[in-house]
Design a protein around this ligand. Sequence first.
Ligand SMILES: [Mg+2]
Length: 99
Amino acid sequence: MQRRQTGVRMTEVDLYKKVLLIEGENKQIDICIEEMSELIQALLKRKRGLKSNICEEIADVEITLAQMKLTFNEGTLVEDWKAFKLHRLAELFGYKEEA
Ligand SMILES: [Mg+2]
């Protein structure tokens, strides 16, 4: 993959904020839905033994999900849910919390 020289240093979050500001929340929601369905398609192709671009689609989903997180996260709500769900998953798979 080639990297473009922008001449401007910006963080990933700065970029996502700019995209959201220029394109708008609703358009980025549509793009996120589109990217998630492309990942679904890639995964289904893989299951059928066809060539698929799963890694590219995972990257697209991560990028658009990061924008959704910037848009919808309230405080640490996403992180809190993630911690809760990881804890539950760990329990389900036999990991015990250390004292
Ligand atoms: Mg895509």
